[in-house]
Design a protein. Structure first.
Length: 189
């Protein structure tokens, strides 16, 4: 059974994002419990779920491109769709545009291919090593980005370190704004 693009967003993309959020919560709980085995398992879970969320969210443009909903031009390319969504992408709680749609694509490609060698000068990350679980990001992340305290999945972009949770949130919100999705608050599932 092939889902239509909106069902795909609601039943595939959003649950993958929610699974990542829950994995980050399990990592925080393991850190609080100071259980090294649980921490290591939670790190792997967060990386796996973060990668899955990045793949599904980035490649959602391909689902939309194939579906050709009324709000895109029949001659639009996937790159056109990503560009349109990027125009709606802002940092959470601000109106400042960010390149998180492109960054998410680079993260998804880096995780999939391990090393990126095509169009490298345009990419914000160069290899899978740029996606890591590390410290809490204190003093490294922009104010209000990521979670306060505890480990989280961080992206070592060329210009600065970013929290994967914030990148995913920004891109999900950009999709919702772009296509006029008036969905209930489904981020923290």
């Amino acid at each position: 059974m092939q889902l239509d693009w909106l069902d795909h967003f609601q039943h595939i993309v959003i649950p993958a994002w929610q699974a990542y959020i829950r994995a980050e919560e399990r990592l925080s709980a393991a850190m609080r419990a100071d259980d090294e085995a649980a921490i290591q398992n939670a790190r792997y879970d967060a990386l796996r779920e973060g990668g899955a969320a990045a793949f599904y969210l980035h490649h959602f443009a391909e689902v939309v491109h194939r579906a050709q909903p009324h709000w895109i031009s029949p001659d639009a390319t996937k790159a056109d769709i990503w560009s349109t969504v990027e125009e709606s992408c802002t940092m959470l709680r601000t109106d400042n545009p960010v390149r998180d749609v492109s960054l998410l694509g680079d993260v998804a490609d880096a995780l999939k291919h391990a090393v990126l060698n095509r169009r490298l000068e345009d990419r914000q990350v160069a290899a899978a090593e740029a996606v890591v679980v590390t410290g809490d990001g204190f003093g490294v992340l922009a104010f209000g980005e990521g979670k306060f305290g505890g480990e989280q999945v961080l992206i070592l972009a060329r210009d600065r370190t970013r929290a994967l949770s914030s990148i995913l949130q920004n891109v999900v919100d950009a999709w919702r704004r772009t296509v006029g999705l008036d969905l209930p608050d489904i981020g923290q599932g």
